[in-house]
Design a protein around this ligand. Structure first.
Ligand code: NAD
Ligand code: UDP
Length: 317
């Protein structure tokens, strides 16, 4: 056995891929989740593995276990879900992080925080480098998530400085792939589901806003390299620098699904960032030349096939 690893939010989209990869590499994995946006279905295929344990638990309550490493992913990630109960989102990012940092301190574990490109807000620097402090509205509708994650970064750094906790911070840029929650309103899952069902594709605003989409396998590789890198706490950007407008994304998905869906425009949500693209020079330098390997069309094909199966299975039930 290599390491005993705790993954909070392990039954979510990214967490389930991380658990799978950690088990494949011979680690013992404890997956903790309250199933707010995650589901047992995401990890059901891992349950026959005797080195996998699934725990129903909320990170805002203290939890004690002896592990070597902690990946802290617990937090709803899509605007629809993190705005559903904004106070709970802040509690998850602040109290949850204090609980996990306290645990790491007590048991001497290394701990990695899944931070986000949202700490840059609606960025005035493009592409975003780690030394940019961001442009965040502290009282806007995204603030429960953005400021929660910024406070979590601060807690990580302060536990490191004050208590010598072995920390790692990664800033994840928009990530997609199989097991995204079909109802969480994120753009890739929305467009794919709409295209497969032949429904209108809902572009918010004029569709000229940009995002840079990373396939989940590339992220998991970056996360594991960061966890195992010595003498480097981060924060480090983990994302794919290829940038697309939402119009380009919609057209790409329509072509790949051969869909007859039409594009319609709906109002742009408040404080929606205009552009986002990671500068990944630091990740390349510190994480053994890490860079994304799976580009958008290939990643979309895998994701479309996942949602296609999901829709067929649910319509047969
Ligand atoms: P997700 O919603 O699929 O996963 C989050 C998981 O955390 C879910 O399984 C949910 O049930 C669980 N959770 C939420 N609150 C919890 C709590 N209080 N206690 C225990 N479990 C709780 O989202 P994801 O895309 O897999 O995101 C995982 C992490 O990565 C999050 O921290 C998110 O902020 C971060 N992140 C994701 C992206 C992205 O594009 N997907 C981008 C930046 C950062
Ligand atoms: N978006 C869209 N249609 C949708 C869902 C989202 O045009 O059905 C837009 C949204 O306004 C944003 C971009 O797509 O500009 C990415 O949204 P998402 O919620 O996936 O990620 P985030 O805004 O958190 O980066």
């Amino acid at each position: 056995m290599k390491n005993r690893v705790l993954v909070t939010g392990g039954a979510g989209f990214i967490g389930s891929h991380l658990c799978e990869r950690l088990l494949k590499e011979g680690n013992e994995v404890i997956c903790l989740d309250n199933y707010f946006t995650g589901a047992k279905d995401n990890v059901v295929h891992l349950m026959t593995n005797p080195y996998f344990e699934l725990i129903r638990q909320d990170v805002t309550h203290p939890y004690f276990v002896e592990v070597d490493q902690i990946y802290n992913l617990a937090c709803p990630a899509s605007p629809v879900h993190y705005q559903y109960n904004s106070i709970k989102t802040i509690k998850t990012s602040v109290m949850g992080v204090i609980n996990m940092l306290g645990l790491a301190k007590r048991i001497n574990a290394r701990i990695l925080q899944a931070s986000t490109s949202e700490v840059y807000g609606d960025p005035l620097v493009h592409p975003q480098t780690e030394d940019y402090w961001g442009n965040v509205n502290p009282i806007g509708i995204r603030s429960c998530y953005d400021e929660g994650k910024r406070c979590a970064e601060s807690l990580f750094v302060n536990y490191h400085e004050q208590n010598n906790v072995d920390i790692k911070i990664i800033r994840i840029f928009n990530t997609y792939g199989p097991r995204m929650n079909p109802n969480d309103g994120r753009v890739v899952s929305n467009f794919i589901v709409q295209a497969l069902k032949g429904e209108d594709i809902t572009i918010f605003g004029d569709g000229k806003q940009t995002r840079s989409f990373q396939y989940v396998d590339d992220l998991v590789e970056g996360m594991i390299r960061m966890m195992n890198a010595d003498n480097f706490t981060g924060p480090v950007n983990i994302g794919n620098p290829n940038e697309f407008t939402m119009l380009e994304l919609a057209q790409n998905i329509i072509e790949l699904t051969n869909s007859k869906s039409k594009i319609i425009h709906l109002p742009l949500p408040e404080d929606d960032p205009l552009q986002r693209q990671p500068d990944i020079s630091l990740a390349k330098e510190k994480l053994n030349n890490w860079e994304p390997k799976i580009q958008l069309t290939e990643g979309l094909k895998h994701t479309i096939s996942y949602f296609d199966n999901l829709l067929k299975t649910s319509s047969n039930q």
